[in-house]
Design a protein around this ligand. Structure first.
Ligand SMILES: NC(=O)c1ccc[n+]([C@@H]2O[C@H](COP(=O)([O-])OP(=O)(O)OC[C@H]3O[C@@H](n4cnc5c(N)ncnc54)[C@H](O)[C@@H]3O)[C@@H](O)[C@H]2O)c1
Length: 250
């Protein structure tokens, strides 16, 4: 078991890729905190992990609120004693053309995708620095490299920010033996994607643009994220690992 006894927080682990990663970490022995704004989804994910003989607890938290982030870490330390792994997965998309974006849309988009990750990283660093170890994995996107095909400039900016957060936090935290890396998923079949690819034709068109000929699944992300959380990645930091079936190649 690669993560036996380790304490891992996965934000947005109630569904989609976060849930798949939380289940993967628990299957490898981690005690997982499912941090979710959607309380019911969080509890359901914990039930699924427990049913598979894993250990998990859910904490209701809106990652865009710094108070919630701080109480998430306080609660984790109270219940599990420490934090060894943070997976900053929670993210949202507000797909709208630039001209229609409001100030509130911007604040919500950047609040969850970037501010939330920044302050969760800060809290994780507070716990990990004295231990001189820790792994942080951030969910960026291929949108950190190119623009999304749906117009969503603010989303793309948030993911570019996640990529840079990964580089800068990695540089700051490397002397403390803390690894900060990111994954950049391509098009993965989750509720987030289904809101945009809402017909079989749109899905087929999207799959046809991917060299590997298919859309990704949440399970496709588990191996890459667990690798970056593991001792096998001890000498990798500040890296963004693209997991996109070759989509960025063209
Ligand atoms: N699906 C894709 O194709 C794709 C591609 C690239 C990057 N990503 C990124 O991967 C991550 C996961 O995406 P997904 O497709 O699994 O999404 P999803 O919508 O299926 O799941 C996201 C989860 O995060 C939770 N969440 C949302 N806002 C939150 C908040 N403020 N605080 C706590 N939890 C919150 C939701 O309740 C949900 O359970 C996101 O950061 C997303 O931007 C997704």
């Amino acid at each position: 078991m690669r993560f036996a006894g380790q304490a891992a927080i996965v934000t947005g682990a109630g569904r989609g890729m976060g849930r798949a990663v939380a289940m993967g970490l628990a299957a490898e022995g981690a005690r997982v905190v499912v941090a979710e704004v959607d309380d019911a989804a969080g509890r359901e994910a914990v039930a699924a992990i427990t049913a598979a003989n894993g250990q998990a607890m859910s904490v209701t938290a809106d990652i865009s609120r710094v108070d919630d982030v701080r109480s998430l870490f306080r609660r984790t330390i109270r219940e599990l004693g420490t934090v060894d792994i943070l997976v900053n997965n929670a993210g949202i998309g507000i797909p709208k053309p630039l001209l229609d974006y409001t100030e509130a849309d911007w604040d919500t988009q950047l609040g969850v995708n970037l501010k939330g990750m920044f302050f969760a990283t800060q809290e994780a660093a507070r716990v990990m620095i004295p231990k001189r170890q820790g792994k942080i994995v951030n969910f960026a996107s291929t949108a950190a490299f190119v623009s999304s095909s749906t117009p969503e400039t603010a989303y793309d900016i948030s993911k570019g920010g996640v990529r840079q957060l990964t580089v800068s936090a990695a540089a700051e935290l490397a002397p403390h033996h803390i690894n900060v890396n990111a994954v950049a998923p391509g098009t993965i079949m989750t509720e987030l994607t289904l809101r945009v690819l809402d017909t079989p034709e749109k899905m087929e068109r999207a799959a046809a643009k991917i060299p590997m000929g298919r859309l990704g699944t949440p399970q496709d992300m588990v191996g890459p994220v667990l690798f970056l959380c593991s001792g096998e990645a001890d000498y990798i930091t500040g890296h963004t690992l693209v997991v996109d079936g070759g989509w960025l190649l063209f």
